[in-house]
Every structure is written in C-alpha cells, then in structure tokens.
Design a binder for this molecule. Structure first.
Ligand code: NDP
Length: 503
C-alpha cells in the first residue's frame, strides 16, 4: 500500500493500476514516501465523482453562507496544523522553514478564510439597466445571476505546493464548483494533506478530489476531459500552451498563470541599501523558484557599479543550509532536474556576461547531498542574452545597465513575459510613471513578491490568461447569466413579435 493515496469521492484510494512512485527530500536526496500514481482511469473516477457532486449534490445549490462555513473551517484547520504542514512542505519541496511558516501555511490558510468571506459577502445577483426595445418605449428589468461553472480541473506546480493549491481550491469551491486537483508529482504531499483536512471538515463527497500522478497522463486527462468545464493551471508557459490546446476541442474556460522574467527598474536617486536588499529579496526568495521573481535588475548607469558591488557583497552573506533550521536563508532547489537546469543556464551566462557572485553548486558538510546552488549574479548582461530572456527558475540575477528611464522601460518590456516587476526609487511620482509604462500584470514600488488574497494576479503577454485572487479570482469561477424579466403577458403589447408577424 502507498504511504499517500489519492482522494476521490470522499475516500482515500490507491491508483486503479496499483502503481506508486517515490518522493524525495531535496535537502538530503532521501526518499520520504511512496505516493499512488494515478492514470487516466483515476481521472475518470474523480471527474465522475465531481460531476455527480455538481449535477446532483447539494454543494452548488447551497447558499454562499452555508459554503463559507465549511471553507472557513478548512482555513482554520490549516492554521492549526501550521507546524506539521510547514515541516512537510520543506521536506518535500525544499525552501526553508521560515518561508514555510510565514509565507506558505499562513498564506494558504488566509486564502481559504478570505474566500469564505467572499462567499458570504459577494452578491450572486446584480442589477442591469432596463432593456428598452426602442428609445422612448418603457424599459424591462434585467439582472445578472452568477452561478458556479461546474467541474474544475486544476493543475499546480512544485514551487509553492500549499499556496498554489489554496489559490485553486478555495475560490472554486467557495463559488460552488467541484474540483479535481493534480499537484506537481515531485511535491504532492501537502496537497494530499489538504485533502485530509477537507475530509475532516466534511465537504460532500466529490466536491474536492486530488489525483496524483504524471502531468503527461493525469494532467493531460484532466485538461482534455469532456466532463471538465474549466481548467486552471499554474506552471511553465510551454505546458500552459499545451493545456489551451487540450481544452480547445471542448471549449473549456481556461485560467493560466505562467512564466515570468520580471524586471526591477532602479533609478539613480534610489536609496542604495534599499535597492540592493530589495532586488536580492525579489530574486533570491525561495532560490528564485518563483514565477514573479525579479530576475532582471535594470539599473541606471550613474549608480550601476555601486549597486552591483553592494548586491554582490550582500548576496555573499546569504546562509545556505539545513532548511529546517530557522537561521537558514536559502534551502535546496526542488530537484536534481532543476539544479541541472540552473547549472546549464549559469554556464551559458558565464559566456554571455560577467559573473560577479556565486556561479556554482554549493558544497560543504550539510550541502553535499542536497540540491543547493549559490546565489548568483551576472553583471553587464545584454537584455537579448539568453539569461535575460529565458525563465531560469533559480537563484540567478541578471543586471543590465541603462542610461535613463526611457531605456529602462524599453528593456523591461522587451520580453515575451509580462507577469510582474518592480521600481526602486526615492521619487514616488517618477516611480509610478515608470510602473504605468511597464507591460506587466503586477508592479511593486520599493517592494517585491507581495501577493494577497484580495489582490488580482494575472499576466500580460505569454505570462497568462485571466486572473486569480481578489474578487476577479472569485468571479473567474462563476458563469454569468443575464435574465430579462418581462412581466407583461399581453401578446399585443410585445412590439418585437411584429418583426415576424405581419398580421
Ligand atoms: P510544468 O509546467 O511542467 O509543471 C506544472 C504542472 O503541470 C505540474 O503539475 C506538472 O505535472 C503538470 N504538467 C506537466 N506536463 C503537463 C501536460 N502535458 N499536461 C498537463 N499537465 C502537465 O513545470 P516544471 O515542473 O516542469 O518546471 C519547468 C519550468 O516551468 C521551470 O523551470 C519554470 O521555468 C517553469 N515553472 C513556472 C512556474 C510558475 O509558477 N509560473 C511553476 C513551476 C515551473 P508533473 O509535476 O507531474 O510534471
């Protein structure tokens, strides 16, 4: 029997094939557990359960307040399990315990609590202007009714397993949908713990389903399944494009949160200490394995040399080590494969630009068995270089020199991505002017990474389709129905009929 089973129709279950696969601790390379390895037949089971729960069950018919009570309990139970969830998140996916406690579990719980509040407070009807057949004729009342979309397939990445699962599950179920979630294969454990919490809370069977297994089979089966009404995906742009193709034949609604290559523009009047620390926070948080990471620093030439040396000095002080130690600043990368990707890009970077910090796999007693990589900075990067254009998803910063704000904005916008960005400046009006010219979905002025459950997050260009979080993220899980209410039952009073009846 697997250590971790899938969750379908209110019960934990093995894969129909009986297959399982191992998951490993990226800090030590040791095996943690065996997980049930799902296939298409398991997706069929989960979609049938979700379909039945939606088409015949109480969940979509319940009031927002009734659903909110269960969604809120879910958030509260997550919060109560902060220690065990944080530790499991670190053991399965790397990062650090500080991040897991402060960012991952708290955010995950907060998203459930916020969407419980939204389910209670966001109205499911909205008045529209009266409909008038002709100017001067009396209008007829119209209104909108918001309804759940149906069965939602959800596919999440490995970088923030708990947070990404909460971004998917909470808005969908709060709005009355049922879900089939597939977490990333290498970091599935905490999503299965969320399923355990959902089971304890007592959602009707089939409302929450979690199917574990490879993206190429389980993910593809979800994205193409005729019983699925909407697909929500976070991950690479390449797989996002594939999801769109798979969803097209049955015209599913699609929400995609994809890659990024976010720029942080630094003006010459900046507080250098703020810019240095801020850009490193923007780049090296969770080793840069974050879609909105600020991996390109676009720096005014007047402060360029000073900032590069200050950032190099500070990056050298980041402490790599045991991710379960609260004193550790950077844990391991998620996997051997991700480590190899980073190594490959760093070798490219060494040919394209000037390495000023890091550049190697980290070594030392506590590090040799894990996938640790030094925080790495390249200076004198040309924005056309591969390391400035492609998403590395590792601890690698590219610093680009510009002469003025106009060039800075042009460089920032010269990217296939448009997910996020930052402006570092002492002049807030100037910073706002720059921010408003950057073609991305989120921009922070003198900050980075702050995403909240009340604030919509989405990408321009190839960084995504649609929005998650905030009221937009709730509405993204609803269909909008217009209802036209003509109370006049006299056929002669309906002017429109004369368009086909001449007598
Ligand atoms: P993927 O985009 O491949 O994976 C994201 C999720 O999609 C996982 O659950 C994965 O399953 C699933 N998946 C993979 N292939 C398919 C498919 N054909 N159909 C449906 N689902 C699929 O990201 P990777 O983990 O491979 O990372 C590669 C790169 O993607 C990173 O280096 C980074 O650049 C980018 N990335 C971006 C993220 C973001 O937040 N924007 C997050 C993660 C990665 P499985 O785990 O089983 O492969």
């Amino acid at each position: 029997m697997s250590d971790y089973q899938m969750y379908i129709d209110g019960a934990f279950t093995e894969a129909e094939s009986g297959d399982s696969y191992a998951t490993y601790n990226p800090a030590t390379g040791e095996k943690i557990a065996d997980i049930a390895k799902g296939g298409r037949e398991d997706v069929d089971r989960a979609v049938s359960a979700a379909r039945k729960a939606f088409d015949e069950g109480p969940w979509p018919k319940m009031s927002g307040a009734e659903r909110a009570a269960l969604v809120r309990q879910m958030g509260e139970k997550i919060q109560q399990k902060i220690n065990e969830l944080a530790e499991l998140e670190v053991k399965d996916g790397g990062g650090t315990i500080r991040k897991a406690m402060m960012a991952d579990v708290n955010t995950c719980a907060g998203v459930f609590l916020k969407y419980a509040e939204y389910a209670e407070s966001i109205p499911d009807t909205e008045d529209l202007p009266d409909f008038s057949v002709m100017p001067g004729l009396p209008g007829v009342p119209n209104y909108l009714k918001y309804e759940p979309i149906g069965v939602c397939g959800q596919i999440t990445p490995w970088n923030f397993p708990l947070v990404m699962a909460s971004w998917k599950i909470a808005p969908a179920i709060a709005a009355g949908n049922t879900i089939v979630l597939k977490p990333a294969s290498i970091t599935s454990l905490t999503a299965l713990e969320l399923a355990r919490i959902a089971d304890e809370v007592g959602f009707p069977p089939g409302v929450v389903n979690v199917v574990t297994g490879p993206g190429g089979t389980v993910g593809e089966a979800i994205a193409s399944h005729p019983g699925v009404d909407k697909v929500a995906f976070t991950g690479s742009t390449e797989v996002g494009a594939r999801i769109m193709q798979l969803a097209a034949p049955t015209v599913k609604k699609v929400t995609l949160e994809l890659g990024g290559k976010s720029a942080g523009i630094v003006t010459e009047d900046v507080n250098l200490e703020l810019a240095a620390k801020g850009i490193l926070w923007g780049t090296f948080f969770h080793n840069g394995q974050v879609c909105e990471s600020g991996t390109r620093a676009v720096v005014n030439e007047k402060i360029y040399d000073d900032l590069v040396s200050l950032m190099s000095e500070k990056a050298g002080t980041l402490k790599l080590g045991d991710p379960l130690d609260f004193a550790t600043d950077e844990g391991p990368l998620v996997s051997q494969a991700q480590l190899e990707t980073v190594e490959r890009y760093v070798e490219i970077g060494k040919k394209e630009a000037k390495l000023v910090c890091g550049g190697s796999r980290a070594s030392g007693d506590a590090l040799d068995q894990g996938y640790f990589f030094e925080p790495t900075i390249f200076a004198d990067v040309d924005n056309g270089d591969k390391i400035a254009q492609e998403e590395i998803f590792g601890p690698v910063l590219s610093v680009i020199k510009v002469k003025d704000d106009e060039e800075a904005v042009a460089v920032a916008n010269d990217s296939m991505y448009g997910l996020a960005g930052a402006v570092w400046s002492n002049d807030i009006e100037r910073a706002k002017g720059i921010a408003e010219r950057m073609r991305t979905g989120t921009i922070w002025i003198n900050e980075h990474h702050l995403l909240g459950p009340e604030h919509p997050f989405g990408g321009y260009k190839q960084s995504g389709v649609g929005y998650e979080m905030g009221v937009d993220g709730y509405r993204a899980y609803q269909a909008k129905k217009r209802i036209h209410v003509d109370a006049n039952t006299d056929p002669n009073a309906h002017f429109t009929f004369s368009l086909i009846f001449s007598q």
